[in-house]
Design a protein around this ligand. Structure first.
Ligand code: AMP
Length: 335
């Protein structure tokens, strides 16, 4: 989707990825297939482009650092690093006064029980510090769970424990910041998950203006603090007392902003390309309220109704294998 937005601006995109026939490769002229640690291939790639960006946070920081020596890469490796490790991420957020759920970094099972005592709580969520997403790499510890057994399930990975937030809803805000420090935002969006995977996004989020303003304010603070050039997303919980707790940073365009292709004059992808390529970012100029529905797994095979629905904008990603839990496309329904 970024490559399509770039093409609209007359900017040619070269894709670098390990897998042949990736969705992005289907809409660009040149793809270089190589491993993330193949320096010769990475150099060949960097030699062909003026600016580099990425849209997936599970690539090694060392890959971005290598590319940074060759061409400008945005967002910077330091943001990628913070977003890859939940302990670094939460430390970083708390240091700039962005509140999160209570958390701790237990080294052994007994630490979990000791921390729960301090919190005066019986339950928590254990997550792997690295490489977890869409609920992968996490488990709930309840009063009935045997913590030793749960701990072994994580096979020696570094863990973070978090209080269970009794949130009323989940929201996200996406910001784009350009070379001159101008910031534009999308949202906040109201996000509904099924099996920990984003299922539906609603725009505008039906929340008080104060909460919406605060969510935007926190995300902008984050972007300014790191001197962002590019796009980032902050995912937040709204609590029963109308507070906000940040859950995750994504250093990229985000699934909860895909509606912006159809409901805005300037999508998150266009602003991503603009920010990275030293062009000014523009306010989204949203012209429609909307709902975005993700097509997960075999949802993509049941499109007949949607293909006949007015104002339903269907996007299919061109992934060849339909797998349960795999995001295969999305539909934006304009109101
Ligand atoms: P994550 O992988 O951290 O984005 O978590 C996936 C989903 O799990 C979130 O969107 C929430 O629905 C839920 N979740 C994660 N952390 C917590 C928490 N501390 N308290 C309650 N629910 C959570």
């Amino acid at each position: 989707m970024s490559a399509l937005a770039a093409a609209n601006l007359g900017i040619e995109t070269v894709i670098y990825c390990p897998e042949p026939d990736s969705p992005a490769s289907q809409v660009v002229k040149t793809t270089i297939n190589g491993a993330y640690d193949d320096e010769a291939k990475l150099k060949e790639f960097a030699d062909q482009v003026d600016y580099i960006s990425y849209e997936f946070e599970n690539i090694p920081v060392s890959t971005v650092e290598f590319l940074e020596k060759n061409k400008p890469v945005y967002p910077k490796a330091s943001l990628l690093q913070a977003s890859q490790d939940r302990i670094e991420e939460k430390t970083f957020l708390n240091n700039i006064d962005i509140p999160t759920a209570q958390w701790a970094a237990p080294k052994k099972p007994q630490d979990v029980l000791d921390t729960l005592n301090v919190w005066d709580a019986k339950e928590c969520i254990l997550k792997t510090a690295r490489f977890g997403y869409d609920g992968k790499g996490q488990a709930r510890h309840t009063g009935d769970t045997d913590i030793e057994t749960l701990w072994t399930q994580f096979e020696g990975q570094t863990l973070i424990m978090e209080e269970i937030v009794a949130f009323t809803c989940e929201v996200s805000v996406i910001v784009a910041r350009d070379v001159n420090g101008k910031i534009v935002h999308y949202g906040p969006m109201l996000n509904e998950h099924k099996n920990h995977i984003l299922s539906k996004t609603v725009l505008p989020a039906p929340l008080d203006k104060d909460i919406c303003d605060e969510a935007i304010h926190l995300t902008e603070r984050l972007a300014k603090h790191i001197g962002l050039k590019g796009v980032l997303t902050l995912e937040l919980f709204v609590t029963a007392d109308n507070g906000l707790l940040a859950n995750e940073i994504a250093p990229r365009t985000h699934n909860s902003g895909h509606w912006s292709i159809d409901a805005c004059a300037h999508s998150q992808f266009e602003n991503h390309v603009r920010a990275v390529c030293d062009l000014p970012v523009l306010g989204p100029a949203r012209h429609s309220d909307c709902e975005m529905l993700n097509l997960i797994g075999d949802d993509v095979e049941k499109l007949d109704d949607m293909l006949q629905t007015d104002k339903a904008c269907v996007h299919i990603y061109g992934k060849h294998d339909v797998k349960p839990g795999r995001k295969m496309g999305h539909i934006t329904i304009l109101k």
